[in-house]
Structures are given as C-alpha cells and as structure tokens.
Design a protein around this ligand. Structure first.
Ligand code: HEM
Length: 376
C-alpha cells in the first residue's frame, strides 16, 4: 500500500497526481487496489513488459463491448475498432492506417489551422475544435460538414467513458448512427485524390467495409479528446513552466506530452496467469497501466519530474507502446505545434487562465473558463 493515496481511477483528472504516482513507483510498482479490484502498474519497464505480453489484451474477453452500450449503434463502432481488438482483427488494418498516415503532407498545416480557427475562438473551442477539424481536413473529409461531425464526435466519445450517465450514452448512440450514416456516404462518394482516405481505401482492399468505416470514425474519436488535452496542457505549461525561444516549439509540445500527458493511463486484461515483479496476475484480472507515472520514472527519463524542453534522452509512453501504440503520434505532435504556434502569433501568451480537469478515468483534459483576452 503506497503512502500517498488517491483513487487511481480519478488520478488522471486530479489537480496533483504526480506525488501519488511517485509513491507508487517507489513503494509498490505493481500494486493491487483491493477497493477498485484492479492492479495498478507505475514503472516504465513493467508497463512496457505488459504491453508486449500476449497474456494481456485490450478488452476483457467476456465483455468485448461495454455492457452499457450493447445493442446500440455505438457498439457497432466500438466492437470494430482496432484499438479494441487483437490478432487478425487488429494487425492488417493497423498497418494500413500507419502507412496512410505516414504519407500525410503536413506542409499545409499552417494554412489549415488558419482555415479552422474561427473568429472569436476561445480556449475551449481552440482545444476541442481546431486540432480535430485540421485532422479531419488532412484525412480528406469534406470540410463543409465538419461542424456537424464535431458535434457528433463530442457526443460519441461519451460511450468510451465508464463515467457516462444514461443520457450521455443515449446521445452517444444517436451520434454513432449519424457518424455511420455520414461516413457510409463519404466512402460511397468522391474521395479527394491523394488524401489519407483515398490511400487507405486503396491500401485496405480485402478489409471488411464496416470495419473500415468504424475505424475511420475511430481516427477522429481517438484523437478528439487526446489532442484537446495535449493542446490545453501546453497552454498550462506555457504559464507554469515557460518556453525556451531558442528551441523548436515541437520540443516544447513533446516535453508537455511526456511531462503532463493527456492520456494518463490505459488498461489491459489478463488472459493467462503471469508473474511480474514478484506478483502473480491471474487470468481475468484487470490492470491499470499508469503511462504518466512511467514517463517520470528516473530509469526511463533522468530527472523525470523536471520539465526540460529539448531533453536529449526524451522517452515517453504517452502514445502507448508495443502492438497497440498510437499510429497518430507524429501527426498529433505536428498538429498541436501548428495550432499553438498560430495561437502564440495571434494572441501571444494567454492572459489569466482558469480551468478544471474534465471528469475522466484516463484523460487529463483541461476545460478552460473563458477570458476575453485569450480569444482570437
Ligand atoms: C495527443 C494526441 C494523442 C494521444 C495522447 C494518443 C494516445 C494514444 C495511446 C496512449 C494509444 C494506445 C492505447 C493503448 O495501447 O491502450 C493510442 C492508440 C491509438 N491512437 Fe492515438 N493518441 C493521440 C492522437 C491520435 C491521432 C491524431 C490519431 C489518428 C490520426 C490516433 C489514432 C490512434 C489509433 C487508431 C490507436 C489504436 C492503435 C492500436 O490499437 O493498435 N491517435 N493513442
């Protein structure tokens, strides 16, 4: 039992989770939280070991889709996401997505950011709308439908959170149906030549259309809150840590992604008994992998609790590791850097900011309370 105590399921949105993470790493790096019936793992080497292990999978085998959404359109999307599958349902499409994203031409990012930041854009809209709108444009989704898509995305991501109430889940289900209908039309229509979408369609022949459809939605839903959180955490770090003008802005964004990540943890489920750090994890156990704790592990990053833009030994688990690692990492960093750069050019340093972290079991996503001087 570590000396500092926080409920690990709310630590992501806690004001100061890092002392708790440090206590876990030092005192009980593989720890069973009996109250929440979940193993909590906080050391980088152990997390990487579990993420690579075939004995740990991304969904409980007896609940491939969360019980609360079974039978709804949201379940149709969820069940087909590569993020939620292993083996053949995961690898071929994961590789195709990786290849298509690698072809994205990011030279146009500054123009795309200008196109999507609206007049009167406050910090909330800046974080929750602009990065994902830019991404959707880059992927090749028709720009004129974007505001509608953003509304559906906001509603859909509720089905990914165990904190959602019935009303949120009902909205998520409606949104899932709208997204499915919309993206079916996109696939049947004229796909812009050279876009990620066009490349992916070409590269994924033989992959079930419904699976492809769900994963196109997945590209946007998986980046929606994660990029909003990364950008928001960059704005906070600008004020709390400062930024070096001598180093590229990208190095600042990368260090924020390590130091105060928007995705603080992820889960795995044990399908075959395994021993790790002297503890026996049994088939059926759930495991919480504290990526944000691992990033500050001294054995992983020297002086991990220090914010050090441009650190030469930079290592991070913020985008996962192993077979489920994030294929959008490079793009997410570039988009966030482009939005931040544009914001700094327009507004300079943000004025006084107030925020609270959105309730979440895994996301660290600030919700800013608007101040006129921060509006573009
Ligand atoms: C700051 C932004 C982002 C963060 C922090 C982030 C983080 C992550 C993490 C931690 C995982 C692994 C989850 C696990 O193993 O349990 C992941 C997976 C994934 N991410 Fe991201 N992501 C971001 C942006 C994006 C973007 C922009 C895209 C798409 C363009 C994307 C697409 C995906 C996909 C498809 C997966 C599933 C991969 C698989 O299961 O093999 N992400 N992401």
């Amino acid at each position: 039992m570590p000396s500092a105590r926080i409920n690990p399921l709310v630590a992501a949105a806690h004001e100061h989770p890092y002392p708790y993470y440090a206590a876990l790493r030092n005192e009980a790096p593989v720890f069973f939280d009996a109250e929440h019936k979940i193993w909590v793992v906080s050391r980088a080497d152990l997390i990487m070991q579990l993420m690579q292990s075939p004995h740990c999978v991304v969904r409980p085998p007896n609940e491939p889709v969360p019980a609360a959404i079974v039978g709804t359109p949201a379940a149709e999307v969820f069940a087909r996401l590569i993020r939620m599958n292993e083996g053949q349902a995961h690898l071929p499409l994961k590789q195709a997505i990786g290849r298509s994203l690698a072809l994205v031409d990011t030279a146009c990012l500054p123009q795309l950011v200008k196109k999507w930041r609206r007049a009167e854009c406050d910090l909330h809209a800046l974080c929750h709308f602009v990065p994902v709108a830019v991404l959707a444009d880059l992927l090749g989704f028709a720009p004129e439908t974007q505001p509608e898509i953003m509304g559906w995305l906001a509603d859909f991501v509720a089905c990914l959170s165990p904190l959602s109430r019935d009303a949120d889940l009902a909205r998520a289900s409606v949104a899932a149906q709208c997204l499915l209908t919309h993206f079916t039309g996109v696939l049947e229509g004229d796909v812009p030549q050279g876009s990620v979408l066009a490349n992916l369609l070409q590269d994924s022949e033989g992959i079930d259309r419904q699976v492809l459809l769900a994963n196109l939605i997945g590209l946007l839903t998986q980046s929606y809150e994660a990029t909003a959180g990364l950008l928001g955490n960059c704005l906070i770090a600008l004020q709390q840590q400062g930024m070096s003008d001598d180093l590229p802005l990208t190095s600042f964004v990368e260090e924020v992604a390590r130091y105060d990540p928007s995705v603080q943890n992820t889960r795995r489920f044990v399908v075959q008994d395994l021993e790790i750090n002297g503890q026996l994890l049994r088939k059926g156990d759930a495991v919480l992998l504290l990526l944000a704790a691992a990033n500050r592990d001294a054995a992983f990053n020297a002086k991990g609790d220090d914010f050090a833009q441009g650190r030469t030994d930079h290592r991070s688990l913020s985008f996962g590791y192993g077979r489920h690692s994030c294929p959008g990492q490079a793009l997410a960093i570039k988009i966030t850097t482009a939005v931040l750069s544009d914001y700094l050019a327009q507004v300079g340093m943000a004025g006084p900011m107030q925020w609270r972290y959105q309730a979440s079991v895994n996301g660290r996503i600030p919700r800013f309370i608007s101040h006129q001087e921060n509006v573009i």
